[in-house]
Design a protein around this ligand. Sequence first.
Ligand SMILES: Cc1cc2nc3c(=O)[nH]c(=O)nc-3n(C[C@H](O)[C@H](O)[C@H](O)COP(=O)(O)O)c2cc1C
Length: 344
Amino acid sequence: MQLSPHRLCVAPMLDWTDRHCRYFHRLIAPRTRLYSEMVTTGALLFGDAARHLAHDPAERPVALQLGGSEPTDLARCARLAEEAGFDEVNLNCGCPSDRVQRGRFGACLMAEPGLVGECVAAMIAAVRIPVTVKCRIGIDDAPEPDCLVRFLEAVEAAGCRTVIVHARKAWLQGLSPKENREIPPLRYELVREVAARFPNLSIVLNGGLRTPDQAVAALDWAAGVMIGRQAYEDPWSLRAFEAVAFGPPPPRDRREVVAAMADYAAARAAEGVPLAAIARHLLGLFNGLPGARAWRRRLAEGMHRPGAGPELFLAAAALVADRPSPRPPAHDLARGNESLSPAV
Ligand SMILES: Cc1cc2nc3c(=O)[nH]c(=O)nc-3n(C[C@H](O)[C@H](O)[C@H](O)COP(=O)(O)O)c2cc1C
């Protein structure tokens, strides 16, 4: 059976999943689909497009997420994404921030399925790469599940084949974006029920997935799972997600990742990228191991010092123990090359 290309994804996260973070995640999880931060059509068309589109081919498969609601602008931006080498373009219909609402895009678009259909159709007509959508299960007091059903009908009719559903509604008034990721309850069953009504859509489940067991349960009925905060806060856990989604990933040691990120940081430094812009994403790499706190502290203190260079990564990694506990589990010993990994 052909596995969906969206079987395991890392969520788009503003200020977090920039190109440096995606390069780092790719070293850890070779088969996971990665998403950019949301980029607005205005930023691409009237701002520094080259900066927003810059990425390393090693990040692939990688999707560019767009924020906008003007079909012509979205079509132009989708073409820019395709020309820049992205593998997919995704339309944000899930962000509830005030700024985004003022621009009439993000989650408030769930109230305008007709317009979203026009946007999706225009983007699909403009590119050959897949056009996907990320949404919520609904907004405010819109009836459930009708809001999501009407929305999916519109995007499917427009030609979209993959929709990522963050399994909680968004309150457009009164909650901050952060609260909107925590307070509305998760409704996986609702997504499952609705997914069953759209056999021709690949539905990817997002929201609150913290453990590989949860991913396994979701993959029973969803085409894929999208992991956000868990992937950022404990990046090495992506390997356990990869293991359940695709089978064990090729052996890799956290120190190999540190060394590769040091090389990457050296290359970026030559382009003027400050070390801290890269180092900040690495803070959670050793979570769960003795010395993880020392690693974090050394990085956090050192990354902003004038003249800080990639050797900081190696020095900080030297503070971490090689073993998760005095007596590692037998299967870890057998694996040898995975000496730093309690799981996968
Ligand atoms: C810091 C941060 C920034 C986010 N930025 C975006 C974004 O740009 N576009 C988007 O569609 N969702 C964004 N999200 C929402 C995530 O993509 C995801 O839907 C949400 O965090 C729920 O998944 P999780 O529980 O696995 O984190 C953001 C989330 C966080 C924590």
